[in-house]
Design a protein around this ligand. Structure first.
Ligand code: ZN
Length: 108
């Protein structure tokens, strides 16, 4: 995991991570209002994300898991698999749309 200034809001930190990872999708989780960047271990990281389980568990252990975050470098809206996965996990998702510089939120 990279170093981040944890005083930043989770959105600022997650956006910085998204811009750094592009053209790959970035991913991370928010625990107690802090963004924890995770490695994307998807085989197709430009179109999908898979949070490294070790990164997930390490960040998850810091407190209460609030949100799952990832980026869409091309700015596309949430995919059906995104929506389905969000509903399955029952946790709110934040997706940063790089090219639009905006957030798309999925509620489970
Ligand atoms: Zn997505």
């Amino acid at each position: 995991m990279q170093e981040y200034n944890y005083k930043m809001t989770f959105k600022t930190a997650a956006k910085a991570h998204a811009l750094k990872e592009a053209p790959k999708e970035s991913c991370g989780i928010v625990v107690d209002d802090i963004y924890y960047p995770c490695n994307n271990i998807s085989d197709t990281p430009k179109e999908n994300f898979a949070i490294h389980p070790k990164d997930f568990l390490k960040a998850r252990s810091k407190g209460t898991l609030q949100y799952i975050v990832h980026s869409h470098p091309e700015g596309q809206e949430p995919s059906q698999p995104d929506i389905d996965a969000c509903k399955a996990i029952k946790i709110k998702w934040y997706i940063y749309l790089n090219t639009k510089d905006k957030w798309s939120i999925i509620n489970p």
